[in-house]
Design a protein around this ligand. Structure first.
Ligand code: FAD
Length: 541
């Protein structure tokens, strides 16, 4: 490898894209382009573990990601490549374990400056440490700015005495106005220095799904959202063109069943991959607020939604084992069940509750659902009905969502399961009446569960109640064409409340020191109580 002295005097730079798949408001790219006096190598490394098909997985995709998110990522890379070409450069796609590939490029191209966006996820924290250690030993300058979020989570945590704020209001108080918001962001780049000789490194074009080994027919409905910065900016401009809509935006009021025209922006997949800068989105919303007489405020406003994102990023960064129940100091210890059959029924949209199953089908087909729809299925799986561990549901979302985001997904599962942040376990979403409020005719269910498309409106949310003659006429006999409910919601939700009450009491009594043994004995007690209750019910009958 090049000696530290020769490396530091090298004029070539490497821009390492991971998230931040954009040209606008990309401080790492701007820095690399402005400082380069030699070639600039824009690199993306395809990690086969993340991208290549895994036929054993429960849905089409790799071992880590569903095919919808892989497609979205490939589209985002192709769009980034086009954007870079317009500026006189291109995207260099390499394949392999990202750390190894990157170190090889740094050596091969005698890089003097390495630029990449700072990332707070544990996976990147470990990877980036390895790369930074190497760069520092080799005398390579690194520049790794915070630009994925509005704030630097480390800064907020430091201002809070070393711990992340755990309520949204205290987060807002600490956060204040982001420091960069004092002056307009730089959203254009005149040119990018050309790529240099790539030497022995094998460079690929952005692959297609087929080239990665996927079969286009693996899916019957493709998510209607195209990846990439161009689509992100168009989508954002379209959403923000209606200033009254932005000013009046109130999250809990949206219709979760609206799917032809969703009730929210659907910018989450673009924010996840950084095709859209959250800071630019923030700035554009603020510009609208300046123009209108009055507007809604956090937590329900559109700006408030972006702040939720930063809230979860900060909580996640400052909480060891944020993605687990065990060893997570902000997570209630609850003896969740590991019933594989109930989990499979939920995951495969066979719970027998059309509202829940339709949402799960939308997750499989589109990789995106409205926030309240996510609430309903997450509550149903965990504290509402099935009492299955939130980590299992989190895994399913993590794989299938196109906006799957480590901090936000874990944070919301902690919230919905009443494990952290939110503790009102008596407030359970009904899998029958909640959806009906928004969509009495069940159009959403008819679209995503066509087996029920001819079920009369009276029974669309509870088809098992339809007389057999009506089921036959609707060509959907319950138990044959569509399942019976896996649990009775009334009984199951009552049981869940009782279990949560007992688990909360144990957590309070032991004050954060619930051991495996305590959980085991609580589980035993809950099971015995459940059996007793069943016996009593039978006797009463
Ligand atoms: P909008 O309402 O238009 O909001 C704009 C942006 O604000 C979103 O794009 C998103 O970046 C952010 N935002 C909105 N709501 C939240 C929230 N509750 N928490 C954090 N940020 C928010 N969102 C993800 O981006 N990735 C996930 O993996 C994810 N997993 C979730 C899991 C569960 C169980 C639940 C209940 C919610 C989850 N969410 C997740 C949060 C939320 O549902 C989505 O961000 C939102 O529905 C995306 O749609 P939108 O872009 O139209 O949102």
């Amino acid at each position: 490898m090049a000696s530290p002295a020769s490396a530091s005097s090298s004029s070539s730079s490497l821009m390492w894209f991971r998230k931040g798949l954009r040209i606008h408001d990309n401080p790492a790219l701007q820095h690399a382009a402005a400082r380069a006096c030699g070639p600039l190598y824009p690199v993306f490394v395809i990690d086969p573990r993340y991208m290549e098909p895994d036929r054993a997985a429960f849905s089409p995709g790799s071992s880590r990601a569903g095919v919808n998110r892989i497609r979205f990522l490939l589209e985002s890379l192709a769009d980034l490549d086009s954007g870079l070409r317009r500026l006189g450069s291109r995207l260099l796609v390499l394949k392999g374990e990202p750390g190894e590939v990157l170190l090889r490029c740094l050596e091969e191209w005698n890089v003097g400056r390495l630029c990449f966006e700072h990332d707070t996820e544990p996976y990147y924290q470990a990877l980036d440490k390895r790369v930074k250690d190497f760069a520092s030993a080799a005398g390579i300058e690194t520049f790794s700015p915070v630009s994925h979020t509005l704030y630097d989570p480390a800064d907020i945590i430091a201002r809070n005495g070393g711990k992340p704020p755990l309520s949204y209001q205290s987060f807002l108080k600490l956060a204040g106005k982001p420091s960069w918001a004092a002056s307009p962001l730089s959203t254009t780049l005149a040119s990018v220095p050309p790529v240099g000789d790539v030497g022995r490194c094998e460079i690929f074009e952005v692959p297609t799904l087929i080239e990665l080994g996927y079969n286009e027919t693996e899916q019957d409905e493709v998510a209607p959202f195209r990846g990439g910065e161009t689509a992100a900016l168009t989508r954002m401009k379209e959403a923000l063109s209606n200033k009254a809509w932005v000013a009046d935006f109130e999250k809990p009021k949206g219709d979760p069943s609206a799917f032809y025209k969703p009730a929210t922006t659907v910018l989450s997949p673009y924010l996840k991959f950084g095709c859209l800068s959250s800071r630019y989105f923030y700035q554009c919303i603020q510009d609208i607020y300046k123009d209108v007489k009055k507007h809604t405020s956090p937590p329900v406003s559109l700006l408030g939604q972006l702040l939720w994102r930063d809230f979860f990023y900060t909580a996640a960064f400052g909480t060891p084992n944020f993605d687990k129940m065990k060893g997570n100091r902000i997570c209630k210890q609850i003896p969740w069940s590991d019933d594989e059959q109930l989990l499979a029924a939920w995951r495969e949209a066979r719970t027998g509750y059309p509202w829940i199953d339709a949402i799960m089908v939308q997750l499989h087909k589109w990789g995106w659902m409205h926030h309240l729809a996510r609430h309903c299925v997450a509550c149903f799986l965990t504290r509402g009905d099935l009492f299955v561990h939130w980590e299992k549901g989190r895994d399913v979302f993590e794989r299938l969502l196109i906006d799957s985001d480590w901090a936000v997904n874990n944070g919301n599962w902690l919230w919905l399961s009443c494990s952290s942040f939110f503790y009102q376990y008596n407030r359970i979403y009904s899998p029958i009446t909640f959806g009906k409020k928004y969509d009495p005719n069940g159009n959403y269910i008819r679209h995503f569960l066509p087996v029920l498309k001819d079920m009369p409106k009276e029974y669309i949310y509870e088809p098992w109640k339809a007389p057999l003659s009506i089921q036959t006429k609707a060509k959907c006999v319950i138990g044959r064409d569509y399942p019976n409910p896996v649990v009775s919601h009334d009984m199951a939700s009552k049981e869940c409340r009782r279990k949560l009450a007992e688990a909360y009491a144990v957590n309070q009594r032991l004050n954060g020191t619930v051991s495996d043994e305590d959980l085991k004995s609580l589980r035993r007690k809950l099971e015995e109580d459940q059996e007793k209750e069943l016996r009593h019910t039978k006797q009463r009958r």
